[in-house]
Design a binder for this molecule. Structure first.
Ligand SMILES: Cc1cc2nc3c(=O)[nH]c(=O)nc-3n(C[C@H](O)[C@H](O)[C@H](O)COP(=O)(O)OP(=O)(O)OC[C@H]3O[C@@H](n4cnc5c(N)ncnc54)[C@H](O)[C@@H]3O)c2cc1C
Length: 806
C-alpha cells in the first residue's frame, strides 16, 4: 500500500469513483480511492438507475446535463458496459396549477439549453400506452432522460480512472483522519496509513461518520426509499420500443421499464429517516431494509390509477434502500469550511444524474482552485451552524415528502423553523410580519394589516402580499421605512496588517477612515467572488458587510486569503444586529434619536459615525439600497429591541412604517441595483456585470487582477446586464425566464418584481450585446406567457441618484 498520495478519496460509490475519474482527467495521477468493501457497497448498488437533466437550479441542471453526456465517454474509455437506455422521460401534470408550473419550467429550459417539448395527452399515450390520460393536461417530454446499470456506471468511472493512473484499494476501511500539522492528513486505514495532501469525503451513507473523523458535522441524513419491480406486462412484451421514464408529479411516483415489466418508485408523504444516530459499519454490499408496504398504500393507489394495468401484474421484487438527503436536497460539494484540504462530495440524492457533474466541479476546484461555473446551490458552505441534526432530519423529511410537490417561487417551507430569530422577532410578529428564512434566521418579507392573516398565499403570479408591499414601498419613498437587517453578514477585520491584507482580497480601493465603499472581491479567474461593502472604522479596523446567507462561504474565502500575523478576522453577524431606516424623513427620525449631527454635512453619503442612537452604542452607516436617503444602524444584538421600540415611538408622527424584504427588492429594482446570486455571481466578470467602476485596476496585488485586466481590454462581453420593464400586470419574472426577439433566444432574466412606485413590472437580466432592447417584438416569458418588454436606458427611479445624496 502507498504511504503517500496527493489525494485519498474515501468511498467507492458512484460519487467517489466519479471524483477519482475526474481528477485523473484533469491531470492528477497520484490519486487513491479507499473502499471499505466492494465498489457500490453503499446506496449505489440498489439505485433505480434513472437519470434526467431537469433541476430547478440552473447550475445543477448544467451539471446533470454534463453527467448524461459523460456516460458514452466513460464507457468507451473503460470498456465497461454502462447499460444505457435513452428512453426519454415524461413529467406529467394532472392539475391546472401543475400544468402552469410545467409551462413556466419549459420556458426556462431554453435558457438552460435543455431541448424539452410540451406534449398533450394523445402524445403521452403514444409514448407510453400504460398511462391513463383521462385527467392529464399535458407533460414535459425530455428526450435525454433514461436509465442505466448503476453497477456498470460506477465501475466504468473506476476502470477509466485506473487506466489513467489512479489506484483503488478495496476492502480498505478508513478508520481515522488526523491532521499532520503540515496541511496534509494522516489517513489511518485497517490496511495501513497513507499521508494524503487532500482527502475527499465521498462516503455516501457514512459521510457523517467520515465528517466526525475530522471533527465536522455535515448536514445530511439517510432516508428510506422504496421501489417495486413487476413481472412482465403484456403491453410491454409485445411493444416494439421501450417506454419512457414517467414521473407523475401529482401522484408522486415514477415509473420506468425494467426488462418487460416496470420499476415503480414512490416518494411517500410519511418520509422515514434511517440510522439517525449513525450508519452501522456492517451495513451494505448486499443488504436491504425490510419493505413496509403499508407506508406506500396511498401512493400506490394513485399509481394504480395512473397505470391501470399494474394491479394485474405480479410484483417480482420490492426494494427498500437508504440514500442520503441534505436539508434542501442538493449535494454537499467543495472545501469544508474550517478544515484545510478536506473536501466534501456527499449528500448526493441522485448520484446517477448528478455524479459526473459533482466529480467535475470538485476536481476543477481541487486542481484549478475554483469550479468553472457558479455551483453555490451545491456548495457545502451554503449551510451554517444552525443546520443541526434535528434541523437536517426535519428539512430532509420535508424535502423527501414534497419531492414532486409544487414549489412556488414565494414559498418558504415550514419544517425546521424557527431555528433562529432576531432580537426584534416578537416585535415584528406583533406588527403582523410574514417571515421567510435566510441562513436559518427568520426574516420579515412583508407586513400584513392588523386583523389580516400573517401568511402569504403560494402563487406563481401576484399574491395577497401585493397591496401590502405596495404600501410599504410608498412609505419608504414618501416617509420613512424600518427594516430589520440582522440577517446581513458582518465581519470585523482588524490589526496592524488589516489594510495590507484587505488590499489583496478586495479588488476596490479601500475607503478612508470614516468612509464607506462598495468593494467587490474577485476570484483568481477574475470572476466575481463577492459584492461586499467596507466601512472603515479606524486605520486598522474595518467592518465588512455582505449577504447573510454567504457567511460560511465568505469566511472560508477569508480563512484562505485573509490570514497571517497582525490580523484578526471575525464573523460578527450574530452579535451585530441592525436596523435600516430609509426614506426622505429618515434623517429627521435619526436626528431625534442621536445627539450627533447627522445632516448632510455631519454624515455625508457613504460615510459613517460611531455614536449613540437612543440608548444603543451604534455604528451608523449612511448608504442606500433603496435609492432613498438612508442609514444602517449597527448595534449589539442586545440593544436592538429597545432601539426599535424607540424608533417606532419617535417615528410615529413621521409616519414610520415596518418594511420587509419584498419591498426592498422592489425598491432596488426601480434603482437597477443588482444583488448577489442574481445579477452578480461567480459566473460573471465585473465587466459583464457593469461593476468596473468599483474595481481599482491600477493597483497591483489584488486577487484576480491579471484576469480582470485581460477582461477589461479583451473583446466586449457577449451579453450585458440590463433592466427591463415588462408588459405584465398579473405576474413578475422570478429568474431564468428567457428573453426572446422574434423567437431567437437573446438573454435571460436574473431577478424580477413589481416596481410599485414606477407602476410597472421589472426584471433585470443579461441580454445579447447586439440587441438594442427597444425592438417592438422583444419579449420575456413569464409564467409560461410571452410578454412584451423593453430595456430601460437608466434606472426608472431617480436616475441621477439625487435622492440618496440629499
Ligand atoms: C432505492 C433507491 C433508488 C435510487 N434510485 C436512484 C435513481 O434512479 N437515480 C439516481 O440518480 N439515484 C438513485 N438513488 C440514489 C443513489 O443511489 C445515490 O445518489 C448514490 O448511490 C450516492 O452515491 P455515493 O457514492 O454518494 O454513496 P454510496 O453509494 O453510499 O457510496 C459510499 C461508499 O463509501 C464507502 N465507505 C464509507 N465509509 C468508508 C470508509 N470509512 N472507508 C472506506 N470506504 C467507506 C461505502 O462502503 C460505500 O461504498 C437511489 C437510491 C436508492 C436507495
Amino acid at each position: 500500500m502507498k504511504t503517500h498520495a496527493q489525494v485519498v478519496i474515501i468511498g467507492g460509490g458512484v460519487i467517489g469513483c466519479s471524483v477519482l475519474y475526474h481528477l485523473t482527467k484533469l491531470g492528477w495521477r497520484d490519486v487513491v480511492l479507499c473502499e471499505r468493501k466492494e465498489l457500490t457497497a453503499g446506496s449505489s448498488w440498489h439505485a433505480a438507475g434513472g437519470f434526467h437533466a431537469l433541476n430547478s437550479d440552473p447550475g445543477v441542471s448544467r451539471l446533470q446535463s454534463y453527467t448524461i453526456d459523460l456516460y458514452r465517454e466513460i464507457e468507451a474509455l473503460s470498456g465497461q458496459d454502462v447499460g444505457l437506455h435513452f428512453t426519454g422521460g415524461l413529467n406529467i401534470a394532472a392539475t391546472r396549477e401543475r400544468w402552469d408550473i410545467l409551462q413556466t419550467d419549459y420556458a426556462r429550459h431554453r435558457v438552460l439549453g435543455l431541448k424539452t417539448e410540451l406534449v398533450g395527452p394523445a402524445e403521452i399515450r403514444e409514448l407510453c400506452p400504460l398511462v391513463d390520460v383521462s385527467d392529464v393536461l399535458g407533460a414535459i417530454y425530455d428526450p435525454r432522460e433514461g436509465h442505466l446499470d448503476p453497477y456498470g456506471a460506477t465501475h466504468a468511472y473506476a476502470k477509466a480512472a485506473v487506466r489513467q493512473g489512479a489506484t483503488i484499494y478495496r476492502h480498505t476501511r478508513v478508520l481515522e483522519l488526523n491532521p499532520t500539522g503540515r496541511g496534509s492528513w494522516q489517513v489511518v486505514t485497517d490496511k495501513g496509513n497513507i499521508e494524503a495532501e487532500h482527502v475527499v469525503n465521498a462516503a455516501g451513507l457514512w459521510a457523517r461518520e467520515v465528517g466526525h473523523m475530522a471533527g465536522v458535522r455535515l448536514p445530511l441524513i439517510p432516508m428510506e426509499h422504496h421501489y417495486l419491480l413487476t413481472e412482465d406486462l403484456p403491453e410491454l412484451v409485445k411493444a416494439a420500443r421501450e417506454i419512457p421514464l414517467v414521473l407523475d408529479l401529482d401522484a408522486e411516483i415514477y415509473l420506468r421499464q425494467e426488462r418487460k415489466g416496470v420499476l415503480l418508485g414512490v416518494y411517500e408523504k410519511d418520509a422515514t429517516p434511517w440510522a439517525v444516530k449513525g450508519t452501522p459499519w456492517e451495513y451494505g454490499e448486499t443488504e436491504l431494509l425490510p419493505p413496509n408496504l403499508d407506508r406506500l398504500e396511498e401512493a400506490l393507489a394513485k399509481g394504480f390509477q395512473r397505470f391501470p394495468s399494474l394491479p394485474e401484474a405480479g410484483i417480482r421484487r420490492i426494494v427498500n434502500g437508504p440514500f442520503t438527503f441534505t436539508p434542501d436536497g442538493n449535494p454537499l460539494v467543495g472545501p469544508v469550511p474550517g478544515l484545510k484540504n478536506y473536501w466534501a462530495a456527499c449528500g448526493v440524492m441522485a448520484g446517477f444524474a448528478q455524479g459526473g457533474g459533482v466529480g467535475l466541479a470538485l476536481s476543477q476546484w481541487m486542481v484549478r482552485g475554483e469550479p468553472e461555473s457558479e455551483i453555490f446551490a451545491m456548495d457545502v458552505a451554503r449551510f451554517g451552524p444552525y443546520a443541526s441534526q434535528q434541523y437536517t432530519v426535519a428539512k430532509a423529511r420535508e424535502f423527501y415528502a414534497r419531492r414532486f410537490q409544487i414549489a412556488y417561487p414565494n414559498e418558504y417551507w415550514p419544517a425546521g423553523r424557527p431555528a433562529k430569530t432576531s432580537a426584534i422577532h416578537s416585535d415584528l410578529q406583533w406588527a403582523n410580519g410574514v417571515f421567510g428564512v435566510s441562513y436559518g434566521l427568520e426574516v420579515p418579507l412583508y407586513f400584513a394589516r392588523p386583523g389580516e392573516p400573517a401568511a402569504e398565499t403560494p402563487a406563481l403570479g401576484h399574491s395577497n402580499a401585493f397591496e401590502r408591499v405596495k404600501e410599504e414601498c410608498f412609505a419608504a419613498r414618501n416617509a420613512v421605512g424600518v427594516l430589520d437587517t440582522s440577517s446581513f453578514g458582518k465581519y470585523l477585520v482588524s490589526g496592524p496588517n488589516a489594510e495590507e491584507a484587505l488590499q489583496r482580497v478586495l479588488a476596490a480601493r479601500l475607503p478612508a477612515v470614516g468612509r464607506i465603499r462598495i468593494t467587490p472581491m474577485l476570484a483568481h479567474s477574475g470572476r466575481l467572488m463577492g459584492d461586499l461593502t467596507t466601512l472603515r472604522l479606524a486605520a486598522d479596523r474595518f467592518l465588512i458587510t455582505g449577504s447573510g446567507y454567504l457567511q460560511a462561504w465568505h469566511m472560508r474565502w477569508f480563512s484562505e486569503h485573509l490570514c497571517g500575523a497582525g490580523l484578526d478576522v471575525a464573523n460578527v453577524s450574530d452579535q451585530t444586529a441592525g436596523i435600516a431606516l430609509f426614506g426622505p424623513r429618515s434623517r429627521d427620525l435619526l436626528q431625534r434619536l442621536t445627539p450627533t449631527d447627522v445632516s448632510n454635512k455631519g454624515l455625508p453619503f457613504m460615510s459613517l459615525l460611531e455614536t449613540d442612537v437612543a440608548l444603543a452604542p451604534a455604528i451608523v452607516a449612511r448608504l442606500s439600497v433603496t435609492g432613498e436617503l438612508g442609514y444602517e444602524i449597527n448595534v449589539g444584538a442586545q440593544y436592538l429591541q429597545p432601539l426599535l421600540q424607540e424608533i417606532m415611538r419617535s417615528g410615529a408622527e413621521l409616519a414610520v412604517r415596518h418594511v420587509g424584504l419584498y419591498a426592498l427588492n422592489s425598491l432596488r429594482l426601480e434603482k437597477s441595483f443588482g444583488i448577489w446570486s442574481r445579477e452578480f455571481s461567480r459566473d460573471y466578470t465585473p465587466r459583464m456585470a457593469g461593476l468596473q467602476r468599483f474595481i481599482d485596476y491600477d493597483r497591483a496585488g489584488f486577487i484576480g487582477r491579471e484576469a480582470a485586466l485581460a477582461d477589461r481590454t479583451g473583446p466586449p462581453p457577449a451579453r450585458r446586464l440590463v433592466t427591463l420593464s415588462v408588459d405584465s400586470t398579473d405576474a413578475d419574472a422570478t429568474g431564468y425566464e428567457p428573453i426572446t426577439l422574434r423567437d431567437r433566444l437573446v438573454g435571460y432574466v436574473t431577478s424580477g418584481g413589481y416596481g410599485h412606485c414606477v407602476g410597472t413590472s421589472l426584471a433585470m437580466g443579461y441580454l445579447d450585446s447586439d440587441v438594442a432592447g427597444s425592438e417592438p417584438d422583444l419579449e420575456v416569458t413569464v409564467t409560461g406567457k410571452r410578454r412584451r418588454c423593453k430595456v430601460e436606458p437608466s434606472a426608472l427611479w431617480d436616475p441621477s441618484g439625487s435622492r440618496m445624496r440629499q
